[in-house]
Design a protein around this ligand. Structure first.
Ligand code: PGA
Ligand code: ZN
Length: 419
């Protein structure tokens, strides 16, 4: 596969901050694109998102240097070269950057190029992206766990709620289309409930409502009611709940600060144990902070049999960190975000390590998104069974659910995989 042009533009993400849009042209004139996502509650060991730091443009958040790297050095290295596989493109990018964290070229530059070229391989082969991304030995599948973030807190919303994400997962839905329907119906029921109680129904960065409720248990009680209001059963066989407290964000001076209370790691573990008893929570992401590996080991020992424990900030889609966590019994599943590691190949490697260790994987968007639905294809290709892409509302979020619906409609024979 050869590309004849490669270029990037500085465009806005869903939060109104600059990001990259990457375009490549194939020899037959067809073009492929990729939009680069961007996080707000980032893990400290993520690959580096290169920002200009020029306070005169976008308050320093411009990405013109990363754009310049795509249009200059990266285009010089890739245009006209003949690549047999995406791995060859990605190893070229990794070598060209030359740093362990992609800090020179910027992981926002490399991931955009890697995603665009993954599409170029698919276009050239005349197959959908998901088919082209499917690793050897894996049977692609429609994900049976769509995690809709219906209520936002933490750094994604200006309310007093410390936990970042309250997601509903219609685990009992028989198809992607029915899961989307359940997600949207519960979202609408939740809006009615919140409005009826006098809360504002404005939304946070991922499209979930952002009422001023401080205690996570109070939010969970509303969610359970909303699930019932919409005519579903709040349970692991009906509509279940997934949490991403994003605990690194409320970990201060060795304590977790939740609704004004200071808690130890063990207090948090006990709190989660109670939450799991009372509410149909099936998945808990970043329940403890990224630096609290001792706490994570105790959390995994205490709750790992009862609930999926997903590492996001603590693992950052990094194959080396995931290997270490697997060997130390930290978490039992990984969140998968392409821009945390900076190439598609390394992302697939992270997923392979999880699969081989019997760990689940949840493919994820970022809080800053574009209309690019790459992650929908990635979830199908990897057969991981799980994806989170925010609320069942707002263009940049529903683009991913719509792509899954489209894949299901065109490939009804694909297996439907529940975690
Ligand atoms: P982020 O949040 O994209 O702001 O990092 C998503 C998450 O924590 O899962
Ligand atoms: Zn997270």
């Amino acid at each position: 596969m050869k590309i004849t042009t490669l270029s990037a533009l500085e465009v806005l993400d869903s939060r109104g901050r600059p990001t990259l849009s990457v375009t490549a042209t194939l020899e037959d004139g067809r073009s492929v694109h990729a939009g680069v996502p961007s996080g707000a509650s980032t893990g400290s060991r993520e690959a580096v998102e290169l920002r200009d730091g020029d306070p005169g443009r976008y308050g320093g958040a411009g990405v013109s240097r990363a754009v310049g790297h795509v249009n200059g050095e990266i285009a010089d290295a890739l245009v006209g070269a003949d690549f047999g596989r995406l791995e060859d493109v990605d190893s070229r990018l990794i070598k060209l950057d030359g740093t362990p964290t992609k800090s020179r070229l910027g992981a926002n530059a490399t991931v955009g190029v890697s995603m665009a070229l993954a599409r170029a391989f698919a276009v050239e082969a005349g197959v959908p992206l998901w088919r082209s991304l499917t690793p050897m030995g894996v049977e692609p599948a429609r994900p049976g766990a769509l995690c809709f973030n219906v209520l936002n807190g933490g750094v994604h919303a200006p309310n007093s709620l410390d936990f970042q994400e309250f997601m509903i997962t219609p685990l009992g839905a028989p198809s992607v289309a029915e899961a989307v329907r359940a997600g949207a119906e519960v979202y609408a029921a939740l809006k009615r409930r919140l409005a009826g109680k006098g809360f504002v129904t404005s939304v946070g960065d991922e499209g979930g409502f952002a009422p001023d409720i401080a205690r996570p248990e109070d939010v969970l009680a509303e969610l359970v009611e909303a699930i019932s209001d919409a005519g579903y059963v709040p349970s692991r066989d009906g509509v279940a709940i997934a949490l991403d407290p994003a605990a690194s964000e409320f970990y201060r001076d060795g304590s977790y600060v939740v609704a004004g209370e200071r808690l130890t790691s063990d207090d948090m573990i006990a709190r989660y144990a109670e939450i799991i008893e009372r509410f149909p929570v099936w998945s808990l992401e970043d329940g403890l902070a990224e630096g609290d590996w001792d706490g994570w080991a105790r959390l995994t020992a205490a709750l790992g049999e009862r609930v999926q424990l997903v590492g996001d900030d603590v693992l950052v889609t990094n194959p080396a960190i995931i290997s270490e966590a697997i060997s130390k019994g930290i978490a039992n599943a990984a969140l998968i975000k392409l821009n945390q590691i900076g190439t598609v190949t390394e992302t697939l490697e992270a997923m392979r390590l999880c699969r081989e260790a019997g760990w689940h994987q949840m493919v994820s968007h970022r809080s800053g998104e574009t209309p690019d639905a790459f992650i929908a294809d990635l979830a199908v290709a990897s057969a991981c069974g799980q994806i989170k892409s925010g609320a069942p509302a707002r263009g940049e979020r529903v683009a991913k659910y719509a792509r899954l619906t489209e894949i299901e409609a065109t490939e009804p024979g694909l297996p439907y995989r529940r975690p």
